[in-house]
Design a protein around this ligand. Structure first.
Ligand code: 6R9
Length: 647
């Protein structure tokens, strides 16, 4: 473990919103009296009707209920757009950088307002009402922002599905959310290659019970698509038919804002539900303090809007703060491996927020592609999505940031809505690899497997002892699953699913998932999902999937596959199974290694012993531990002998 410490640069301590002393004071106050702290910060957004009640939360088993600002009314789109018009109508809200470096444009707050109103009226014209679910399956184009804000404006609940998901994954999400309207584009464009989004929607529609009601299609590439009469509508044609005037709906603070599907340790992906006011307050306050956002900053988060990072830190947090946010359609390596740094120079980006997997892959190309750019505008760097190894942190800090930019390693989850553990650049001394300290109002605890709260320097499972406004409210349509997943393991606490170490300075070091979720390039993948995709193949009788350390992706996917009688292992079958999983879920779920195994290690009660499979996949088979409870210990010898991950 690296224990290098980086002090807060003097200039940062001077200009930042909070110094170390202020952090300590504000943090203590936020924990001692959350009602006062959040009562004040709730006013950073505008309200139609102000709230009198700040929090109303119960983590009690069987009656988990989370409400913030519940008697107030407001509107998220109003807060992200309209309220800035008086002072920022001509300020750039969104800088859009296309996949092709020759394509970029800026959208002012005034233009954003007009676009969002139009889009909202198109949705209304197609029968979308308050509370209806709208699925958004779009590439990284400004229309994704317009569509999300349009939903918020009229009180519809958006469910954004990442453009890399397959028709099957898309249809499951459309069906689970019971959403009648889908917004997509003819094609997406990434790294010069077209992604057939509309075609995927057509394929998904065949699988949705009752079919999709209406598909609104944004023209992006002009590529050929088939339009089904009565179901498919070109957005640009619909937009011409509607007025540009659309008043924002008055929403209750606890009305749902969006659903976002995320993988868990069991079953199909869960629809994480976030509500209106608390989410926005939390996205806004964290965006301000964590990125030390000041008026005039150019801010770039490289995530896709299909993930929570895109929701909170491309769109809602920055726009609530009246910021200029950059939206990038492409990939880090196209047309050249210097693309990120070129975009930073082109738009004079001050704050840059990306994922460790991107840093590790760019690190592999050496310093020259970075050093040939200026990056003089950069002041702050951020990291999110998975633990960042100290080597990657140091490279990011030294090469990309030239040693002058603090790195904020921000730990959070789809479920948390916003950043929970993080440095503040003007306040926190940095330790590479540590997410450092809790944000205001956050009470992390480390517990052992029995739930005993550990004190001081320790290691165990990370729980959060109390609520914060950005917390998810339920699993869409399944409150019982919400309680069981997050509040049953350690009663009266929110269980994160992450392991964590706390050092003697009170710094937190996230060690990774402790459940059956793997983190591939910062994307969450449930092992159960990949397994069920594999067993859906006719040649497969049984499958078990675990993660293993991967130099670039953080974790890779290792699949143990038992074939049906009569089937025999081959390279072709291996390839076919990879292609099959890509088709079923999407490319992010592709197994990196497949081991054909005649049997899987099971207990006498038939439970697969994943601990053993993990050890073999990690090439740590010297330390398999106790195998005496196995039904057939000989299975393990075969697994070790034929392991795929030899170092
Ligand atoms: C925002 C986001 C959440 C899981 C989380 C943890 C891992 C995210 C991290 C991190 C270490 C960080 N994670 N940020 N681990 N350090 N800075 O990524 O949400 O996709 O739901 O993933 O990602 O394991 O539990 P999500």
């Amino acid at each position: 473990m690296s224990e290098t410490i980086y002090d807060v640069p003097a200039a940062w301590a001077e200009k930042a919103w909070v110094t170390d002393a202020q952090y300590k004071e504000m943090y203590a106050a936020s924990i001692k009296d959350p009602d006062t702290f959040w009562g004040e910060h709730g006013r950073r957004i505008d309200w139609f009707k102000p709230y009198a009640k700040v929090r109303n939360v119960s983590y009690k088993p069987g009656e988990v209920s989370i409400k913030w600002y519940e008697d107030g009314t407001t509107n998220v789109a109003y807060n992200c757009v309209d309220r800035h018009l008086a002072t920022r109508a001509n300020q750039t809200a969104i800088i859009w950088e296309g996949d092709d470096p020759a394509e970029s444009r800026t959208i002012t707050y005034g233009q954003l307002h007009a676009e969002v109103c139009k889009f909202a009226n198109v949705l209304k014209a197609h029968g979308v009402r308050k509370g209806d679910r709208v699925t958004i399956y779009l590439p990284m184009i400004p229309e994704a922002a317009y569509a999300m804000l349009a939903c918020a404006r009229i009180g519809a609940i958006h469910s954004v599905v990442f453009g890399g998901f397959s028709p099957d994954s898309l249809s499951n999400r459309i069906e689970d959310a019971d959403s009648r309207v889908v917004i997509t584009a003819d094609e997406g464009l990434r790294g010069g290659r077209a992604v057939p989004l509309k075609k995927n929607v057509d394929a998904a529609d065949d699988k949705v019970k009752g079919g999709i009601g209406a598909v609104i299609v944004v023209r992006r590439t002009g590529g050929h698509v088939t339009m089904k009469p009565g179901r498919d509508f070109w957005y640009h044609e619909e937009a011409e038919k509607v007025s540009g005037h659309c008043p924002p709906a008055e929403m209750q603070a606890e009305d749902p804002l969006f659903i976002l599907y995320t993988s868990g340790s069991t079953g199909k992906p869960k629809g994480v539900l976030h509500s209106t006011a608390g989410y926005l307050v939390y996205a806004a306050i964290t965006h301000q303090y964590v990125f030390d956002y000041h008026d005039g900053d150019i801010y770039w988060c490289t995530a896709d809007v299909g993930w929570v990072t895109g929701h909170s830190y491309i769109l809602y947090g920055p726009l609530a703060n009246g910021a200029t946010t950059l939206m990038f359609e492409g990939i880090p390596t196209y047309p050249t491996i210097s693309r990120f740094w070129e975009v930073i120079d082109k738009h004079k980006v001050n704050t840059f927020y990306t994922a460790p997997t991107a840093i590790r892959s760019l690190m592999g190309a050496g310093e020259e592609p970075v050093k040939k750019t200026s990056r003089a505008s950069l002041r702050l760097l951020g990291s999110v999505g998975e633990p960042i190894n100290p080597e990657a942190w140091e490279w990011y800090h030294r090469v990309v940031g030239e040693g002058r930019c603090p790195v904020v390693d921000t730990w959070w989850q789809t479920e948390t809505g916003g950043i929970l553990i993080t440095p503040l650049p003007g306040a926190t001394r940095l330790k590479p690899g540590s997410a450092t300290r809790p944000f205001f109002g956050i009470r992390p605890e480390i517990v052992d497997t029995e739930g005993k709260v550990l004190e001081g320097a320790c290691e165990g499972n990370l729980v959060i002892a109390d609520s914060w406004p950005g917390q998810m409210r339920t699993v869409y349509g399944d409150h019982k699953r919400f309680e069981e997943t997050y509040f049953a393991t350690y009663p009266n606490k929110y269980f994160t699913g992450d392991g964590c170490r706390r050092d003697a300075d009170g710094y937190y070091w996230i060690t990774g998932r402790v459940d059956d979720v793997i983190n591939v390039s910062g994307h969450r993948m449930g092992t159960a999902e990949v397994e069920s995709a594999l067993v859906a193949h006719p040649a497969v009788s049984e499958a078990a999937v675990v993660g293993y350390p991967h130099d670039i992706k953080g974790q890779g996917i290792y699949a143990y596959v038992t074939l049906m009688t009569g089937e025999s292992p081959s390279e072709d079958l291996r390839k076919e199974l990879v292609a099959h999983v890509r088709r079923e879920i999407g490319p992010i779920a592709s197994p990196d290694l497949i081991q054909f195994s005649p049997g899987l290690p099971k207990t006498r009660s038939g439970k697969i012993m994943r601990r053993i499979l993990r050890k073999i996949a990690e090439d740590e088979h010297g330390a398999l531990g106790d195998t005496s409870t196995l039904a057939d210990p000989a299975v393990v010898d075969d697994l070790v002998a034929n392991r795929q991950n030899r170092r």
